[in-house]
Design a protein around this ligand. Structure first.
Ligand code: 6PG
Length: 249
C-alpha cells in the first residue's frame, strides 16, 4: 500500500473546502497525464457539502468535467429520484450543475432488484475495464465510514465470498433505518484504485475511526480496514470531532 495520510480540520465546512481543493488539484494532474479520469463517489450525508462546493466557482470552471467518468462506491436500492438515492444526491447537488457528459455517468440502477442491479453494474464496469481487469482502475474513490465501521456498503460481520470474485455485489444491511437493500463495489475494485479519499465527520464516528486507524487489524468487523489499495494511496480528510479519540491528532 502507498501513503496513508491523515488531515484533520476544525469542522465539516473546513474539511469539505480542503477536500474540494485536494480533489480538483489531483484531478487536474490525472487528466493532464491520461486525458481521462475514473472517479467513484460515495453516498451518505458527509460528501454533500463537498458536492455543493464543487458545483460552484472556481471548481465549476477549473475542473475538466467532460473528461471524468463517474461511478458510485455503493447505492441504496431506491429509484434515482428518491431522497435516499446516492446517485440522486450527487446529481442534484453536483452533476446536474457541471458539464459532465451523460454517457460518462455510470450509475448503479437502484430502481432494479438488488442482484439484477449488481449484475448490470458489473456489466457497466466491464465496458470501461483497464487491461485484463474486469473493471476500470479508479483514479479516485470517495468513501465514508459509518458509526459501525462500515464503508461503502461493506458492513461489519458480513464477509461475502463473492467479494473476492466480483467487482460489485448485492447486500442487505440495517443501518440507521436507511434502505437495507444495496449494491456495493467490492475490495477488489477499491484496492486496485490509485487514490482513496475518506471523508469522515462528526463525534458519532470517533469510536469507529479510532478502531479503524489505531485499533488491531480486524477487517471482518471493521470493513473500512479492508480498504488497502495495492498500488495506491489513502487520504483521510476528517474533522476534529471525528478525530477526537485518535492517538495522533
Ligand atoms: C451509503 C454510504 C455509506 C456512508 C456511511 C456514512 O450509501 O450510506 O455509501 O457508506 O458513506 O454510511 O454516512 P454519513 O456520511 O451519512 O454519515
Amino acid at each position: 500500500m502507498g501513503k496513508n495520510l491523515i488531515r484533520i480540520y476544525p469542522n465539516l465546512s473546513a474539511m469539505s473546502q480542503a477536500a474540494a481543493d485536494f480533489f480538483s488539484k489531483q484531478l487536474k494532474e490525472v487528466v493532464t497525464n491520461q486525458d481521462i479520469a475514473h472517479v467513484a463517489l460515495s453516498g451518505g450525508s458527509t460528501p454533500s457539502t463537498l458536492f455543493q462546493l464543487l458545483a460552484r466557482s472556481p471548481y465549476k470552471e477549473s475542473i475538466s468535467w467532460e473528461k471524468i467518468h463517474f461511478y458510485w462506491a455503493d447505492e441504496r436500492c431506491v429509484p434515482p429520484d428518491d431522497s435516499e438515492s446516492n446517485y440522486g444526491q450527487a446529481w442534484q447537488s453536483l452533476l446536474s450543475k457541471v458539464p459532465v457528459l451523460k454517457q460518462n455517468i455510470h450509475r448503479i440502477k437502484g430502481e432494479l432488484e438488488a442482484e439484477t442491479a449488481a449484475q448490470d453494474y458489473i456489466y457497466q464496469l466491464r465496458q470501461n475495464a483497464t487491461g485484463d481487469l474486469k473493471w476500470p482502475i479508479l483514479d479516485y474513490v470517495m468513501l465514508g465510514i459509518g458509526a459501525d465501521g462500515h464503508t461503502a456498503s461493506l458492513f461489519p460481520g458480513q464477509v461475502n465470498p463473492a467479494e473476492t470474485k466480483s467487482a460489485a455485489i448485492a447486500v442487505t444491511a440495517d443501518y440507521l433505518g436507511r434502505p437495507a437493500n444495496r449494491v456495493t463495489l467490492t475490495p477488489l475494485v477499491f484496492n486496485s484504485a490509485r487514490h482513496i479519499l475518506f471523508l469522515v465527520s462528526g463525534e458519532n464516528k470517533a469510536k469507529a475511526l479510532s478502531l479503524v486507524l489505531d485499533g488491531s487489524y480486524n477487517p471482518p468487523h471493521l470493513p473500512a480496514q479492508r480498504i488497502r489499495p495495492v498500488n495506491g494511496d489513502i487520504t483521510w480528510i476528517i474533522d476534529q470531532a471525528a478525530a477526537a479519540l485518535l492517538n495522533n491528532k
